[in-house]
Design a protein around this ligand. Sequence first.
Ligand SMILES: *[C@@H]1O[C@H](CO)[C@@H](O)[C@H](O)[C@H]1NC(C)=O
Ligand SMILES: *[C@@H]1O[C@H](CO)[C@@H](O)[C@H](O)[C@H]1NC(C)=O
Ligand SMILES: *[C@@H]1O[C@H](CO)[C@@H](O)[C@H](O)[C@H]1NC(C)=O
Length: 464
Amino acid sequence: MTLNNILKSILFSTSVFSIASSLPLDDFSDIQGPYCETIGCCQSRQDGCSFPVLGTLCYCDEFCTNMEVEDCCPDFYPVCRHINITTTIRPFITTRRPPPPPAPSTSCLYNGRALFFKQKVKDNCNLCECTEVNGKLELLCETNVCLMDRNIIESVNLEQDMLGWRATNYSEFWGRTLDEGVRYRLGTLIPQSFVMRMNPVRRIYDIHSLPRNFDSEEIWPRYISGIQDQGWCGASWAISTAAVASDRYAIVSRGLEEVKLSAQNLLSCDTMGQQSCEGGHLDRAWSFIKKFGLVDEECFPYVAGNEPCTIRRSGKLIESGCKPPRFSERTRRYTVGPAYRLGNETDIMYEITKSGPVQATMKVHHDFYSYEGGIYRHSDLNYGQKTGYLSVRIVGWGEEYTSRGIQKYWKVANSWGTQWGENGYFRIVKGTNECEIESFVLGTWPHVDRKILLAHGRRNSNRI
Ligand SMILES: *[C@@H]1O[C@H](CO)[C@@H](O)[C@H](O)[C@H]1NC(C)=O
Ligand SMILES: *[C@@H]1O[C@H](CO)[C@@H](O)[C@H](O)[C@H]1NC(C)=O
Ligand SMILES: *[C@@H]1O[C@H](CO)[C@@H](O)[C@H](O)[C@H]1NC(C)=O
């Protein structure tokens, strides 16, 4: 290159468009050089078959003539097409090539992202793979119904005023299937039919004396169990049973026997006809406590798994390796009387005011997992059909003024951690057996140690 040519090149590269397009043709011969001659001529489109020139790239592939504006290197025609340059040269415009179109035959698209052959990606609870179908690559996904569903969340929130509750996306549940939810977030087996025929106890009280709002946690602060998280273990049967028994021990003993009873004790040791993390029967759980009693949580902590029964199945507390309880009179495990069934809405209310929270079993539909707050009622939009049973603890009730009028609700403790719902609780329509929640409600009577009441009772008698 001459000095003049070099200067021109620099000039071109600073404002290539304006200068190049207005240059007389013959000046273009100045930037001729061994481009295609150096790198060779390429077939069809090959973006790598290029040479840096004028601050951009020129190409020596056949595609360089296919564009509205050519981007061939100056010596493309003489070298690659053997055509006399002075008659065919056209202005060399430094237009960038459009990006290559996605080639469906070499990749799959997922959310605008290209996946290569055999690449896998998780779409919520479904695994997808870029697979060859009839000679083309296609993204094939599993078709599980997912626990968290964008459509459920959106449609519930659209109908929020009508339904009375809101839905949200729980990251703990995202990526799981509805089947996993039913299997490991519920865990209450339907009672055997003879248990379902068990007659409710009869209660005598004045219906009008029942308050319109009641919250065990306000009446008996400190005595009511907090919210637990069962984890991915179908243990609601064990957790709700141990919690109701604990609450009642504290309430009936007026705080003298405030104890957190071990749900793991049930999960691991109550194995006859029970399925540990795969679910259990409530009637069997209560019979177990009646017969063998439970140790406290500290003695056998919850691990959300099918842990073997590492404590002795029966015997005194200390013999099982538990710490001595607050009062030395308590030597035996915590047992209860037979569980009894409550027959209707007002009986349940009366029972809670007298003895504390009760155990209830509800049918769980797909929309319930996304509950964020408000008064739940099953939305009956067409979702995943798989349902299961969850046992919970009814701790109180109330009324709320809504666009539909006055709405009565139960306040219920769930066992999905405090991040879920209203700090671990949910409210549900009351008085209409919503999700069967009023059809199998149980209470029990704790065997508070009489000697403890006699020896220590007096100074606590004004607590309630
Ligand atoms: C190519 O062009 C030159 C003039 O620049 C001319 O003398 C020559 O004959 C041409 N050759 C062919 C093969 O057309
Ligand atoms: C739900 O949460 C997960 C994890 O936090 C997130 O990846 C997902 O995109 C969310 N889904 C929706 C529908 O918001
Ligand atoms: C519930 O049953 C009791 C008897 O156990 C009865 O006195 C009461 O009226 C019933 N309540 C309702 C709402 O039917």
